[in-house]
Write a protein that binds this ligand. Structure first.
Ligand code: IVH
Length: 682
């Protein structure tokens, strides 16, 4: 056992380091270390905390994930209502808001702050004694939902604030899903046949309002703080602009694109420049928010109903265009899904030429009544890949054709529908919206599986991307993902490949070597099991701790996990039943890929129902630490011996509690026995 006196400072140092890197990465967007170095710090801290739960604190960076799911959210009353905003759709409406406000204030001119109106979800965060205590949704403005556990998973929300912060205060902000995250989430949902999120706002709300915080933790949510709600016990700035600077100094993430202006013409310029540039932003903004800067004047202006008089949303026009749907193509995904996509007559939408757009699945096409030859509305709203919104039915000539996937992929020679890539049979599992190619060796699927396996969120093998995967397959150097780990035996062949220099080969091989030690959830995700995304992979890793155990899990075992339904369970079982997959796993193991979780987690509730009372001085830890350790394992502690007491822990120079325990016949533990109990409870 390490020296306890050395563990504590190490834990504290790691925590401070990780918090600093979180801040640099998530708040300032300027990381100083690589993801791998960060993962190493995090792993060391997690291991120490698992081993020494007495040093675990609720504001530890490890505590952003893992809270248990809840049946329903509690209700939080907002001490100050959360308002919404009135809208201006053009310059005239903006100017009339400005004139109205000027008149009410009795000023010809006043300072304004302009911010992006981010398409997300409003939340209120309360900090008491430097700690984040509650996080709530807006709800009806007066009462919101208690989503504290979920908001804690957002890395740009500080769990604690510096000493200078007021003893009690509330900040407000917009939680959002950046474009890339929104897009990825919808792609996954489309592949799983789940309904798609219509916009980033719904996606953010859907992610925050998850009953299982582990799912929220997997979504790349972010936040910009846009107001100081209230503050008690300390003076705070008197203008909105200054209070944003103040909140920034406390570690909150404030949008760097906010601006402070003295004239309404500058607001106009701000609006127009962002209307042009908004597609370059990593998040979706549907307009700007214009706010009166002076907080005193905000107060005196007040609100009408839910809408403050001191602010207005000046909305951007939507980025849509119309064009002709020339045809519907089919691409093959890595799990074999046959994905329909729109082939369009090229059209410029918001400055970008669009030729293709997502169509998700056949049911969706039918529901929207989209036909080949239709004039369609296409939209780029927070989507990297544009989307077909709806047909313009009034423009129909009568010649438009309905789309039938099976007809589209009908193979005349084989006299049946066939995979457009490998011509194998296709099937549609009961209750699912997608059709699949039945051939696990379909070259397009294999290539996509290889790309997925090596991708960043999976095994993160740098140096093997699209072109390298294609080359390795084409040259017959790999036939499946396990072959990657045997490439080192083929170094000579690799070196002979044109354009592959010694350096890039050794980089590739060392990246492959490094990936052997990835966490189990990454490996499970990387295998590309149908319906098992990164979120599900983490849940499965947390339940089984080993790939072999997962592979042997029964349907009952799988479906007893709250978030695993029969569809997912069947897909996992089918995956591990396939001989080819079993063989891949065997070869991964033989190559030394880690198939188990590294840190052994304590069985958290193993002291549940036991009450411990401590008397006398303990050598190994302070009273508080001993109590924390009992609590971390689900036990309780008491200050006096009673019938309820399970054990009395007896240290040096025990007090009267020992006599009482003897009277009641309470079991006694020496410090060594106590320690042994804690250790073996893991
Ligand atoms: S201020 C009056 N600032 O827009 C105070 N809101 O339609 C209202 N929003 O519920 C909030 N970005 O969710 C403010 N920079 C920003 C915002 C913003 C997005 C949202 C917020 C609010 C909704 C009002």
């Amino acid at each position: 056992m390490e020296d306890l006196n050395r563990v504590k400072p190490r834990v504290e140092k790691l925590r401070a380091e990780i918090n600093r890197h979180n801040y640099l990465y998530y708040v300032l967007d300027s990381p100083e270390i690589s993801d791998a170095e960060y993962d190493d710090l995090m792993r060391e801290l997690k291991e120490l905390e698992a081993k020494y739960p007495q040093f675990l604190t609720p504001d530890s960076p490890t505590q952003r994930v893992g809270a248990a799911p809840v049946a329903a959210f509690g209700v939080i009353e907002h001490p100050l209502p959360l308002l919404s905003l009135g809208n201006a759709f053009d310059k005239d409406e903006l100017i009339s808001w400005y004139n109205r406000t000027a008149k009410l204030l009795g000023k010809a001119q006043f300072d304004l702050v302009c911010e992006h109106k981010i398409d997300g979800l409003a939340v209120a965060l309360t900090y008491v004694d430097r700690q984040l205590t509650t996080g709530a949704t807006r709800g009806d403005g007066f009462r919101g939902e208690d989503v504290t556990q979920n908001l804690r998973t957002i890395r740009s929300i500080p769990l604690s604030v510096p000493r200078e912060a007021p003893p009690r205060f509330e900040v407000r902000g917009e939680v959002f899903l950046p474009r890339a995250g929104f897009h990825k989430l919808n792609q996954e949902r489309a592949a799983e046949g789940q309904p798609l999120f219509a916009n980033p706002r719904n996606a953010a709300a859907g992610s925050v309002r998850q009953l299982d915080p582990r799912i929220t933790a997997k979504r790349p949510l972010d936040i910009y703080i846009y107001a100081l709600g209230y503050a008690e016990g300390k003076a705070t700035p008197s203008s909105h602009w200054e209070s944003m600077k103040y909140l920034k100094s406390l570690g909150f993430k404030v949008n760097p694109n906010n601006r402070h202006f003295g004239r309404i013409e500058q607001v106009e310029d701000y609006y127009h420049s962002w209307e042009k540039e908004k597609e370059c932003l990593p998040y979706e903004a549907d307009g700007i928010v214009v706010k009166v800067d002076s907080l005193e004047w905000q107060d005196s202006l007040g609100s009408v109903g839910h809408e403050p008089r001191w602010a207005i949303a000046y909305k951007f026009p939507a980025v849509q265009g119309t064009t002709r749907l020339v045809d519907i193509g089919i691409s093959v995904g890595r799990t074999g899904t046959l994905n329909p996509y729109a082939i369009l007559e090229p059209v410029a939408v918001g400055g970008v030429t669009i030729k293709q757009a997502a169509l998700h699945n056949e049911d969706d096409i039918r529901r929207k009544d989209i036909r080949i030859g239709d004039t369609v509305i296409v939209q780029r709203a927070g989507e990297v890949i544009p989307e077909v919104v709806a047909p313009v039915k009034s423009k129909r000539s009568g010649k438009e054709k309905e789309f039938f996937l099976l007809e589209k992929i009908y193979d005349k020679d084989k006299k049946r529908p066939a995979c457009p890539e490998c011509r194998a049979e296709v099937f549609r599992p009961e209750g699912e919206v997608m059709y699949y190619c039945s051939n696990a060796a379909c070259p397009t699927q294999v290539q996509q599986r290889l790309e997925h396996f090596t991708s960043r969120g999976a095994m993160d093998i740098r140096g093997i991307g699209e072109s390298q995967s294609a080359m390795l397959l084409k040259e017959g150097l790999v036939k499946d993902i396990a072959d990657l780990y045997y490439l080192k035996d083929k170094k000579d062949v690799l070196l002979k490949r044109e354009r592959l220099a010694e350096k890039s080969v050794s980089n590739m091989l060392s990246a492959i070597e490094k990936s052997k030690d990835r966490p189990l959830d990454r490996l499970i995700f990387a295998l590309g099991i149908r319906h098992v995304g990164d979120e599900m992979a983490e849940i499965l890793a947390g339940e089984f701790h080993s790939l072999d155990k997962l592979a042997d899990a029964s349907r009952e075992q799988l479906t007893s996990i709250p978030t695993v339904g029969p569809k997912i369970a069947d897909s996992i079982i089918a995956f591990f039943r396939q001989e080819a997959n079993r063989d891949i796993i065997k070869r991964l193991k033989a190559a030394g890929v880690r198939l188990e979780e590294k840190a052994v987690r304590p069985k958290e509730q193993s002291l549940a129902g036991m009450e411990f009372v401590i008397t006398g001085r303990l050598e190994g830890f302070s009273r508080a630490e001993a109590e924390a350790r009992v609590k971390a394992l689900g036990g309780t502690t008491g200050s006096s011996v009673s019938q309820k007491t399970t054990y009395l822990v007896v240290g040096a120079d025990p007090g009267s509690k020992l006599a009482r325990a003897r009277e009641l016949g309470t079991k006694q533990l020496t410090e060594a026995e106590f320690l042994h109990l804690l250790e073996t409870a893991k």
